[in-house]
Design a protein around this ligand. Structure first.
Ligand SMILES: [Zn+2]
Ligand SMILES: [Zn+2]
Length: 260
């Protein structure tokens, strides 16, 4: 987070899918680092009920005093959090312990405002500009100016899905329908499907099949088993089914963009 300049004091929501060590233990260090940086803003944390208990008990045992409050939301299917810019919904994942998948849905926004167009139409700067920027029409004398005359097309909100550890399921394909970016469990390659079934994970091929079914724009594979020295074969297998696939890696930056 530091190397990506994300800032330790910014608005932030941590989504925890389930209580397995590889998804939980790192949070403690992060919270401590935030406290060292004197974070004051509340931190949103969403996760299974017992996550809060674990945080409280370990913070107490290790004498970790946080400089900021934690706003905890219990993960459950449906809406789990809403902010001014987006909402987060959860769905049951299919793993060896209770687990959730998350969908971050940005609210739609009015189109880009073009000041030169407003000036050309002699709309006085100020209150009227702000109304048009918000997508509302304005009246100047007998003239009526529509927002579409001075702004680009409305920008629909973007959708980013995160599966966490899971087997693929029809329910998740529906949950992730139309995502701009889907980040999905890809622990095993297709040849190791039996292991994926036994350990309640997915293969890269299964992730791709689900992405195709859900009609997402792009798929990022993640959570690769350490048994593979290279993930290129997993990406290749997935691309045969769903070409718009990349392998997620630390620090990878993807432009989610706005759907046309
Ligand atoms: Zn797990
Ligand atoms: Zn895991």
């Amino acid at each position: 987070m530091l190397s990506e300049s994300l800032g330790l004091g910014s608005d932030m929501t941590i989504l925890v899918t389930h209580l397995h060590g590889d998804h939980v233990t790192g949070i403690l260090g992060l919270l401590q680092t935030m406290s060292l940086a004197q974070r004051r803003k509340p931190l949103n944390v969403v996760g299974p009920q017992k996550l809060l208990k674990w945080l409280e008990v370990t913070a107490d045992l290790l004498h970790i005093g946080l400089t900021f409050p934690i706003r905890f939301s219990v993960a459950k299917p449906g809406l789990v959090l809403k902010t001014h810019g987006f909402r987060i919904r959860a769905a049951k994942a299919s793993h060896s312990v209770e687990a959730f998948s998350y969908l971050v849905e940005e609210f739609g926004r009015p189109g880009v405002f073009y000041p030169e167009k407003a000036k050309a139409l002699k709309v006085p700067e100020g209150e009227l500009w702000s109304r048009l920027q918000k997508g509302k029409p304005v009246a100047i004398g007998s003239r009526r100016i529509e927002p579409s005359q001075v702004t680009g097309p409305p920008r629909p909100g973007r959708k980013v899905g995160y599966s966490g550890d899971t087997r693929p399921s029809a329910g998740l394909a529906r949950f992730f329908a139309g995502c701009d970016l889907l980040i999905f469990d890809s622990t095993f390659r297709a040849g190791d499907r039996e292991k994926a079934v036994a350990r309640r994970h997915s293969t890269s091929e299964e992730a791709a099949e689900l992405a195709k079914k859900a009609g997402v724009r792009r798929l990022a594979l993640t959570h690769f088993s350490a048994r593979y020295t290279s993930v290129s074969s997993l990406v290749r297998e997935a691309r045969k089914v769903f070409p718009a696939t990349v392998a997620a890696s630390d620090g990878l930056s993807l432009d989610v963009g706005y759907p046309e």
